[in-house]
Write a protein that binds this ligand. Structure first.
Ligand SMILES: NC(=O)c1ccc[n+]([C@@H]2O[C@H](COP(=O)([O-])OP(=O)(O)OC[C@H]3O[C@@H](n4cnc5c(N)ncnc54)[C@H](O)[C@@H]3O)[C@@H](O)[C@H]2O)c1
Length: 378
């Protein structure tokens, strides 16, 4: 149950600072997501409302510090906080143990302790590694997420973290909840178009496919999202967060198996990313992965063809592909699908759709059926 004190703090804060919010229910570890514009300039006040005290360490990339540093620092200083920065270069290749080790050093130097707080200011890479850092440094220090990409606002800003290991992507992780998450639409203004498209892929995945919401409207709204229309963005980010919230509140660590539903569309996607040695963006691969999973759901008799067509059209409106590149063989993909984390006792498990908003886990999908579906995507 969510602590009553937290509910009143969040209600009071959102009223004073004119923000929208929702609270994720993890009992004593519940926390709010705040939505608004220009919240970066209100960070100091937000921290005061949430009784965050002591020194603040901000983890980010140099480019993002240049873009947003002044606003964050000023707001924290006005509220009486002492803050320090630690930055590391952009790129998935830095979401690893080497960067983590350097971040631990920075925590020591900055004298971070349980009365301090660590802020993650950045996209999914910064969110994941800083979440892991905060979970493990001194066995857990207060942690605040400020996701700055559409993908990280729609998805990463909640429900666990992972860093990469040479043996596999996102192999090492934790479930450690932040104190609060700040979703500021205005930071998305500077996002390159490819990153906006990446985020749209996850929004189609969550809002349309898993949530069964906006199934007809989303295609028309995509151009507003591409123009970074704050109101439209906020609506879709919030809807996307609600879909993930409903699943992870039910199955925080994935032990009940329900969390696998979030993998909808990702089985072919991950295999494709590996075959292409991560040379393509996640959103690009997800366009094909979602289309493939919908096609498989249709071929196995669960999903109507009209739904597959609608999804295909929506993915294409986002500027994403729905068919495999010519040089990819179905056999190659199957090899990596066999390593999927959902495989249990040698059996592949696939997330299928009966309808938008009605996903389920199937243990009865054969290699032949997957190959048949992949061949259709060529
Ligand atoms: N933990 C989870 O639940 C979860 C879920 C999905 C993805 N992920 C992880 O998230 C990562 C991908 O996240 P991502 O797509 O945000 O990538 P990212 O963090 O690499 O950011 C993408 C690029 O956008 C730039 N950027 C970020 N914010 C910006 C802004 N406001 N203006 C201009 N440029 C900006 C970054 O500097 C970077 O170059 C992957 O590592 C993936 O594994 C985690």
């Amino acid at each position: 149950m969510i602590n009553k004190d937290l509910i009143s703090i969040v209600e009071e804060t959102s009223k004073r600072l004119n923000l929208n919010y929702q609270i994720l229910n993890f009992g004593e570890r519940s926390y709010p997501l705040y939505y608004g514009e220009e919240i970066l300039s209100q960070i100091g006040e937000l921290f005061q409302h949430h009784d965050i005290m002591g020194r603040i360490l901000i983890v980010s990339h140099p480019q993002l510090r240049n873009l947003f540093g002044e606003r964050v620092e000023k707001s924290l200083a006005q509220a009486g906080y002492v803050s320090e920065w630690v930055v590391f270069p952009i790129g998935e290749q830095y979401k690893n143990m080497t960067t983590l080790s350097q971040l631990y050093e920075s925590c020591v130097k900055a004298r971070i302790n349980k009365s301090s707080a660590i802020i993650a200011l950045g996209g999914g890479v910064v969110q994941d590694i800083t979440n892991y850092l905060s979970a493990t440094y001194m066995r857990g220090v207060p942690f605040v997420q400020i996701p700055t990409t559409l993908l990280s606002q729609a998805d990463v800003g909640m429900g666990g973290c992972a860093i990469d290991h040479p043996a596999g992507k996102s192999l090492i992780g934790q479930f450690y909840q932040p104190r609060l998450v700040v979703m500021d639409s205005s930071v998305l203004n500077t996002l390159p178009e490819t990153e906006v498209t990446n985020g749209i892929a996850e929004i189609i995945n969550k809002v349309m496919c898993l949530g069964g919401a906006k199934t007809e409207e989303i295609e028309k709204d995509i151009h507003k999202i591409k123009l970074v229309d704050w109101q439209t963005l906020r609506e879709y980010i919030k809807l996307s967060n609600i879909v993930k919230k409903n699943i992870i509140e039910e199955d925080e660590t994935g032990l009940k198996g329900l969390r696998f539903i979030l993998d909808w569309g990702h089985t072919i996607t991950y295999a494709l990313e590996r075959v292409l040695d991560y040379s393509v963006s996640h959103g690009w691969a997800l366009g094909i992965g979602m289309h493939g999973a919908a096609m498989l759901s249709y071929q196995l008799g669960y999903l109507g063809k009209n739904k597959v067509n609608l999804l295909e059209k929506t993915i294409e409106s986002a500027g994403l592909p729905t068919k495999l590149p010519a040089n990819i063989q179905a056999d190659e993909l199957i090899k990596y699908i066999n390593f999927d984390q959902k495989v249990k006792d040698g059996k592949k498990r696939f997330i299928l759709l009966r309808d938008f908003g009605d996903a389920f886990i199937s243990e009865y999908v054969s290699d032949k059926q997957i190959i048949n579906c992949l061949n259709f995507l060529i």
